[in-house]
Ligand binder design. Structure first.
Ligand SMILES: NC(=O)C1=CN([C@@H]2O[C@H](COP(=O)(O)OP(=O)(O)OC[C@H]3O[C@@H](n4cnc5c(N)ncnc54)[C@H](OP(=O)(O)O)[C@@H]3O)[C@@H](O)[C@H]2O)C=CC1
Ligand SMILES: N[C@@H](CC=O)C(=O)O
Ligand code: NA
Length: 370
């Protein structure tokens, strides 16, 4: 055994979590996977030895062994107690979108447990939680990495942090920040198409099937997912944004469907009734087409004026944003150092594999730096 081994707890085995486990299984010198939880079931390597480890490549077979299986998820305090008692350093990988788990990150960090996550909730809710997370990490030896919270695995947060840490001054950030909304508009309102036009509601279902949407797709369509990403980018750039509701957000949810409950039945009813509103999305598309343009969902941050914008805009057919394909995102960082030619990052902004890549790369950094 390594002199100071690392023990890994993973919560969430959905689209991102499954892809992460596949990547973990192929890592040389991977840490020992001792905890693996879904909302319905938790696998635990038995204490006090925390051995045998759960096989990342074959966790489904392991999940049938009654000796390591508990029904239901553990509470945050049970997770902290289990991971902080491991005979070495420990890391929590949170592959859920659970705000409750995210609000406990300061407690994990204070207990010496490092955090790696694509879950935006901890970093884009109230500013006090953001401050508490980074103060808790700074006060001890635990680390926190969350690259995949913005534009999936694309190296966006690491780049922005490098710009800031090396003394550059960010003046403006703009781009397409939602993989789902990029896919929706690129498919529903392409610059040119030969086949029959796609229906908005069909493309929403396709985006969900492809694993691009949030667990509740209304969090993409109401603009909140983009607002959360801009909140994170703005905070790293030095703006103290109180919460994502501190600025206006343009929602694509029809007002008639806005009050459906935030439950799986609410999601199902939302999806079932969406075709009733295809006509209004067609009208939006046709209005842009009449002006020789396409409509896209974009965001921007102006650092000097502290203005954050999230919503629809029309673009010329030959513009870079109109030309994006699939679930591609693009961000332009305007800074003092880069002048009028921004630093640009572009590529797939959603999907299990590309999101898990950011999570696995963060885990590698934690292993190297812990
Ligand atoms: N999909 C993408 O392209 C991207 C996703 N992300 C983020 O990654 C995270 C995961 O997304 P994704 O994999 O698509 O979501 P999924 O809905 O596919 O998976 C979520 C998983 O979390 C589990 N879960 C939820 N709450 C708890 C809990 N309290 N305890 C234990 N398990 C829990 C669910 O369990 P069960 O299966 O039992 O319901 C499920 O396994 C989200 O925060 C999302 O915003 C970030 C960038 C891109
Ligand atoms: N639902 C999100 C996933 C990544 O953050 C998106 O579509 O961009
Ligand atoms: Na990223």
């Amino acid at each position: 055994m390594a002199p100071n081994p690392i023990y890994l707890g993973v919560v969430g085995v959905g689209g991102v979590g499954t892809a992460f486990l596949q990547q973990l299984a192929k890592l040389p010198n991977a840490p020992s996977l001792v905890l693996l939880a879904r909302s319905s079931q938790t696998l635990l390597s038995p204490a006090p030895s925390y051995s045998p480890a759960i096989p990342a490549a074959d966790w489904q077979t392991a999940s049938t062994a009654p000796s390591i299986t508990k029904s239901g998820a553990l509470s945050s305090s049970e997770l902290i107690s289990y991971l902080s008692s491991a005979p070495g350093r420990s890391v929590l990988v949170d592959n859920t979108s659970d705000p409750k788990l995210a609000s406990a990150y300061p407690e994990f960090l204070k207990a010496g447990i490092s955090i790696v996550t694509p879950n935006k909730k901890g970093f884009s809710s109230d500013l006090s939680l953001w401050k508490d997370i980074f103060a808790s990490a700074a006060s001890g030896k635990a680390l926190v990495y969350h690259e995949s919270t913005v534009m999936a695995g694309l190296p966006v947060l690491s780049t922005l942090r490098d710009l800031v840490a090396t003394g550059d001054e960010v003046t403006r950030i703009e781009g397409v920040f939602s993989g789902t909304l990029s896919f929706l508009f690129n498919t529903f309102a392409p610059v040119s198409s030969s086949g029959s036009p796609a229906k908005w509601s069909d493309v929403v279902i396709k985006a969900k099937e492809l694993g691009y949407t949030e667990p509740d797709p209304r969090d993409d369509l109401n603009g909140m997912d983009v607002a959360r990403k801009l909140t994170i980018l703005a905070r790293i750039s030095g703006l103290e944004i109180q919460s994502p509701s501190s600025f206006p957000i343009e929602s694509l949810i029809p007002s008639e469907l806005a009050s459906l409950p935030a439950t799986s039945a609410g999601v199902a009813e939302f999806i079932a009734r969406l075709p009733e509103f295809d006509g209004s999305m067609d009208a939006l598309k046709e209005q842009a087409e009449k002006a020789g343009k396409v409509v896209r969902y974009v965001g921007s941050i102006d650092i000097a004026t502290k203005e954050v914008k999230v919503g629809l805009q029309q673009f010329d057919n030959d513009s870079a944003i109109a030309g994006l394909k699939g679930s591609d995102n693009v961000v332009s960082f305007y800074t003092k150092r880069y002048g009028s030619n921004p630093l640009i990052i572009q590529g797939a902004g959603a999907g299990g594999d590309v999101t898990a890549m950011g999570v696995t790369a963060d885990l590698i950094k934690v292993i190297e730096r812990l």
